[in-house]
Design a protein around this ligand. Structure first.
Ligand SMILES: [Zn+2]
Length: 329
């Protein structure tokens, strides 16, 4: 081997060693096997991220919406639970904190009737049923007029007169289902001879979900029957004469009840002129039409009142008083 060949071989060896060192340097000291392994995992990572970005945008948005919705549902559910707990707390609390929560309810709701936290009857569970029945029973009662009630009605629905005394009257506390299906507490004053009947009738109406818009003393309307009718208020006692006459109404004795009067108007036919009261209830004077809160012979109020010996003004001929049930003594 001459020197020329030796020199070429040495240069070739140096180039090979140099090239391999360079390759090692650029491969960051990894072996080819390590590099291949890393490359393979890079590829899978790249594939995964490709899959994610391949998901259409609207689906991703929908998923996001679903999550948001679930979290909102969660919030609502929490709210419902806390509301229920609040109700239970109100129900089970001692009288002072119950009173506090009643005041709180009153401050957020203009309706005084909502001050009483009343549970609606539930159809499930004997214990619940018993509990609810006792709650309901506590809210259905009648009693002689208290000093407070006498003060409220004197000079309005009650005036001193030779026909009916305060001792003849009873104060009724009752529950009713309003037009929103909510339980409300009502008050009524009636003759003592029908107090037990009215209690039973209104108890049945409530338990059957019969809807009544309002049951307030007529004194809350200044004793004005027209205002009470316009407000569709159900009431009984009012010392007054029959409209357009000098004859005492059965309401003056506390022996007549008007139910949902706006939907069951009072119609007279004097001198060939038909008069419908209250004003605005004309559409409900046509009893051939079907509409809510209409009293007819299939109506539960009609059935209960007549079963308790009351007469219905809708059966009269000279006038029609569809809201009116009365019992003579
Ligand atoms: Zn009447």
């Amino acid at each position: 081997m001459n020197d020329k060949v030796k020199k070429d071989l040495i240069i070739l060896l140096a180039v090979i060693i140099g090239a391999s060192l360079c390759a090692r340097y650029f491969a960051k000291g990894e072996t080819l096997e390590e590099y291949a392994r890393e490359k393979a995992s890079d590829t899978s990572v790249a594939f995964v991220s490709q899959t994610q970005s391949d998901v259409p945008e609207d689906i991703q948005t929908n998923e996001a919406k679903e999550i948001n919705k679930n979290s909102l549902d969660g919030e609502n559910a929490d709210h419902e639970i806390s509301t229920k707990n609040d109700t239970d707390v109100t129900k089970n609390a001692d009288s002072s904190s119950a009173e506090a929560s009643l005041k709180k309810d009153a401050s957020t709701d203009a309706s005084v009737e909502n001050m009483d936290a009343i549970e609606e009857p539930e159809k499930t569970g004997d214990n619940n049923m018993e509990q609810n029945l006792s709650d309901i029973s506590r809210n259905f009662y009648y009693e002689p007029l208290s000093e407070d009630v006498i003060l409220r009605i004197t000079g309005i629905s009650y005036v001193e007169n030779p026909n009916v005394s305060l001792d003849d009257l009873r104060y009724l506390s009752l529950l009713y289902m309003d037009f929103n299906g909510e339980t409300k507490k009502g008050e009524m004053i009636c003759n003592k001879t029908i107090a037990q009947d009215l209690l039973e009738i209104f108890y049945e109406l409530y338990n059957n979900g019969y809807q009544i818009e309002s049951i307030k003393l007529i004194d809350e309307f200044g004793g004005d029957d027209t205002k009470s009718m316009l407000a569709n208020n159900t009431s009984c006692f009012n010392y007054r004469v029959v409209e357009g006459s000098t004859k005492l109404s059965n309401h003056a004795y506390g022996l007549a009840v008007d139910i949902n009067p706006f939907y069951n108007p009072y119609i007279t036919y004097k001198d060939g002129i038909t008069k419908i009261t209250p004003v605005g209830s004309e559409a409900y004077a046509d009893r051939t039409q079907d509409f809510p809160y209409k009293i007819d012979e299939n109506d539960l109020a009609y059935k209960l009142f007549t079963a308790h010996g009351f007469k219905w003004g809708g059966n009269w001929n000279s006038v029609k008083d569809y809201q009116h049930f009365e019992r003579s003594n």
